[in-house]
Design a protein around this ligand. Structure first.
Ligand code: NAP
Length: 248
């Protein structure tokens, strides 16, 4: 029987590339999205062509009831969950800390941090040997911003990713004996639409010359790192991070 993976925020960008990569490795996939049903359904169609089962479920990962509904749909339609990739994340237009409102900061934190906690909570309830499960893997998509801090751009976003790094280490320790591995990837400067949300669609092209590898990254290159952390090839790795950021 095929294993089941949920990738949050997989209608496009890094999430969609990860959904397709894991499908090509034989996983059945739950594609999660917030608003873009049409492009989420396109990802589902591509997965079907690869020979795996896929469903697309709308759910806001920052909303507790939505998260519960998302996992119940997986229980019902896909069966036992084996892999969670916490990927859904947002950033907001570049600004300095002195201009940030509480509303903005909380919006970033509820999606990028609370969302990862809520989805992990539901995954642990299903995967942990303590709860009758058979184990699993959780991957947290963090960011190079957690190390760099993103001063002058979006310190709120960078700080949310710093929280995810701490969360990854703590959760990995908490559930290692229950057959669940938890690891993180730190992408940086990847060609996706997220940079338009920051007010600078061509941000990667502006920065690429400053990177040791002298280019931006593709979502598929992040998906490849995630796929390794999901696979048994990384069976002795937990609480660890892979940098996918062009050497910076
Ligand atoms: P993206 O292209 O903007 O895609 C974001 C995805 O998340 C979409 O599928 C979107 O769904 C979904 N989403 C947004 N808010 C959501 C919510 N509240 N609930 C459920 N889904 C939600 O982003 P990306 O660049 O691929 O980024 C993916 C992850 O990588 C994020 O965690 C980001 O912080 C991280 N990252 C990206 C880069 C980079 O350079 N791109 C660098 C470092 C880290 P809809 O399509 O329905 O809106």
């Amino acid at each position: 029987m095929k294993k089941v993976a949920l990738i949050t925020g997989s209608s496009r960008g890094i999430g969609a590339a990860t959904a397709l990569r894991l499908a090509s490795e034989g996983y059945n996939i739950c594609v999660n999205f917030l608003k873009n049903k049409k492009i989420a359904e396109k990802v589902v169609t591509k997965i079907s062509v690869l020979g795996s089962k896929a469903i697309a479920i709308q759910a806001d990962v920052s909303a507790e009831e939505d998260v519960k509904r998302l996992f119940k749909a997986i229980d019902r339609e896909m069966g036992q969950l084996d892999v969670l990739v916490n990927n859904a994340g947002i950033l907001l237009p570049q600004t300095r800390v002195e201009s940030m409102t509480a509303e903005r900061i909380n919006r970033i934190l509820t999606t990028n941090v609370t969302g990862y906690f809520l989805c992990s909570r539901e995954a642990v309830k299903r995967m942990s040997t303590k709860h009758g499960g058979t184990g699993g893997v959780i991957i947290n998509v963090s960011s190079a911003a957690a190390r760099i801090g993103s001063g002058g751009e979006y310190v709120d976003y960078a700080a949310s990713k710093g929280a995810i790094d701490t969360f990854t280490i703590g959760l990995a320790n908490e559930i290692a004996a229950e057959k669940i591995r938890v690891n993180g990837v730190r992408p940086g400067f990847i060609y996706t639409a997220i940079h338009a949300d920051g007010g600078e669609p061509d941000r990667v092209d502006r920065i690429k010359h400053q990177l040791p590898l002298l280019r931006g990254g593709q979502p598929e290159e992040v998906a490849a790192a995630i796929a390794w952390l999901v696979s048994d090839e990384s069976s002795y790795t937990t609480g660890a991070f892979i940098e996918v950021s062009g050497g910076r």
